[in-house]
Design a protein around this ligand. Structure first.
Ligand code: CNA
Length: 303
């Protein structure tokens, strides 16, 4: 039912209302239109609740992009315990491809599927092939944070955001200035010797050929959670704690297809759930606000 609704909404997404505004985003949630509109300057008649799905066919009653940004801005102003949960889509506007978009890594052809190559058993069996793919497709040392990374860091500094929970392994949140970053899947910036546990930076991988080795002769392994490997329990526990205590959760740029990470969002029970994703991922979470614009553009509009 929700997917059906989403498709109908997507149909609406390309249209225009009577005033010629672009209509691309739809409200859902348990509040009344009057409650949502309060303080945003948006007439309640412009607010569509999911339970009134047929109304989506009336373009005059669908929110414009700017109206949704106004609501998001108001909620952010009111919040002092925002948690952001993100994935690879947060960094596509920094030039790092994601996995599951049409032009993502999974759509390209390799000898083995990417999820096979970046698995624990593949690393053990064929480390040279692993590192060939890894150097070619997973390392972006020159990537810079975009507006989304920067805004999240700003909110943390201002005491509005308590944690960034990320599935990303690119270190861009920290590069933007975020401090409490819970890296569910580790980081390509850290690598360790499997024999003596000495840590190395990304240069050790970039400047070596074949299978990189420690001075002691041990094989280096990225501090990244490969498929078939478990997540760090401390990071998981901290993520659960922050989600349980948040008053607002923004989920952005993730297909929510990788578990157990994706299941964590269900620990949130605060006031506002916002999903920002270019495709339908997350549309079944019952979000209060669903935005389908590129996340960097959304965060830029919040400046
Ligand atoms: P995914 O499965 O590739 O999903 C990405 C999602 O983001 C898709 O639903 C896209 O529609 C959406 N998306 C893409 N660009 C944007 C954008 N600009 N604005 C809004 N939405 C966008 O990636 P997930 O993170 O969900 O999957 C988890 C994997 C991906 C983790 O294990 C990561 O380590 C892994 N990964 C990380 C990176 C990185 O660190 N930058 C890059 C590629 C893959």
């Amino acid at each position: 039912m929700r997917r059906w609704r989403w498709k109908k909404e997507k149909k609406m997404c390309g249209g225009e209302n009577a005033a010629g505004d672009n209509l691309r985003i739809t409200m859902t949630g348990g509040r009344t239109a009057a409650a949502i509109s309060g303080g945003t300057g948006i007439p309640p008649a412009h607010i569509v609740l999911a339970k009134n799905a047929p109304m989506l066919y009336n373009p005059r009653e669908v929110l414009t992009v700017n109206e949704n940004i106004a609501i998001l801005r108001k909620w952010i102003e009111e919040s002092d315990n925002i948690v952001f949960f993100g994935g690879a889509g947060v960094s596509t506007e920094s030039g790092i491809p994601d996995f599951r978009s049409v032009d993502g890594l999974y759509s390209q052809k390799y000898k083995y599927p990417p999820e096979t190559i970046i698995s624990h058993s593949f690393f053990e069996a064929q480390p040279e092939e692993f590192y060939r793919f890894y150097r070619d497709k997973m390392l972006y040392p020159d990537a810079e944070p975009n507006a989304a990374h920067r805004k999240l860091a700003e909110w943390e500094k201002a005491g509005k955001l308590s944690a960034v929970i990320t599935q990303n392994i690119d270190g861009l949140h920290q590069k933007a200035g975020s401090r409490n970053v819970l890296e569910l899947h580790g980081s390509v910036l850290r690598n360790y010797c499997r024999r003596c546990r000495r840590f190395y930076g990304i240069e050790a991988i970039l400047e070596s050929e074949g299978v990189p080795r420690c001075d002691c002769g041990g094989v280096l392994k990225p501090d990244v959670v490969l498929y078939e490997e478990g997540l760090d329990q401390n990071v998981l526990q901290s993520a659960v704690w922050h989600l349980q205590h948040a008053d607002m959760l923004i989920i952005g740029g993730t297909s929510l297809a990788v578990y157990p990470a994706a299941g964590l969002v269900h620990y949130f029970s605060g006031r506002h759930l916002v999903v920002i994703n270019k495709n339908a991922a997350g549309s079944d979470l019952g979000a209060d606000l669903l935005l389908t614009d590129p996340i960097g553009e959304v965060f830029s509009a919040l400046q």
